[in-house]
Design a protein around this ligand. Sequence first.
Ligand code: F6P
Length: 361
Amino acid sequence: MGDKKRIGILTSGGDCSGLNAVIRAIVRRAVGHYGWQALGIHEGTMGLLRRPVDYEELTLKIFTGNVLRMGGTILGTTSTGDPFAFPMPDGSEADRSQEVIAGYHELGLEALIVVGGDGSLRILERLAEQGDLRIVAIPKTIDNDVGFTETCVGYNTAVYVATEALDRLQPTAASHSRVIILEVMGRDAGHIALSAGIAGGADVILIPEIPYAIEKVAAKIESLREKGRNHALVVAAESIKTEAGVTVGVKDESGNVRYGGIGHYLGERIAELTGAQTRVTVLGHLQRGGTPTPRDRLIGSAFGVRAVDLVAQGKFGQMVAWQDRRVVEVPIKEVLAHPRSVDPHGSIVETARGLGISLGD
Ligand code: F6P
């Protein structure tokens, strides 16, 4: 492949909208500006585990105009292949981290740009430490729970989709005099629920950071009725628990809980307590796919360009972050030590309360 400087790019963890804008920006900067080679590694660390190492050279020719607009990731991704606890066919787990490290070194990379959320960054940082990998990270996750950055790639699109869902649910709720519950993703953080709930005119927003009492939710619905409203919109973050403190979801292959279904529980309880007709929409992966919003394309592009510049400056072990309308860099270790859930006393919660939205407390 010649003597050109060579960088790797991988996307890891759950996909989201805006990843292709990131990949495009990295290639434009690395190949177009610096004249380096860019190798796109397939399916996150899986590509580095396979032999031969599974990658493709990313040239400017690939980006003919449509990739920027596409959801998903052209490189593929994985959220189930932790190399430190790799699921083997016989059901056991194996530490295959050394194979991933060897795959990285085999490619002769100057550095690897990793686009991932909290979980992926933790794995990549561990690999970097053990195997002398030079990495620069770009935060992406619809959950927006990565520390030190105001936003992550994919979050804005998810909020847009959830808000649009509320725009569509409100007229049908009003037509049928119903209470409609919209369950949104976000893992252990309530960012999507809170922001979309405010933007989409929800009456009740339930997030894991603020424990709720179902009686308070019912009281809010009763009070709306007393004021003459015939319907209500409730937004529930997927990870809130039942009144008995039980998480709703299914166990995946690695024994981790995949959230989903709390909306149905709430629908039944609200119907019991208020007598209202309830309906439930679980928004699911619609929040992750589709065309990225302009903001996710912009942030993704800014992150991609800066990540390549950090490689050029030899600044490794850093994550690019969005703070105060600009891109900055923060040590990945710092980021991992400070995940970012909703601040129960922050401005966005205050806004919800100020609007008279019930948070169920
Ligand atoms: O972390 C992103 C996310 O979409 C979460 O909001 C959600 O809980 C989870 O991933 C779903 O994971 P999967 O794609 O494995 O179902």
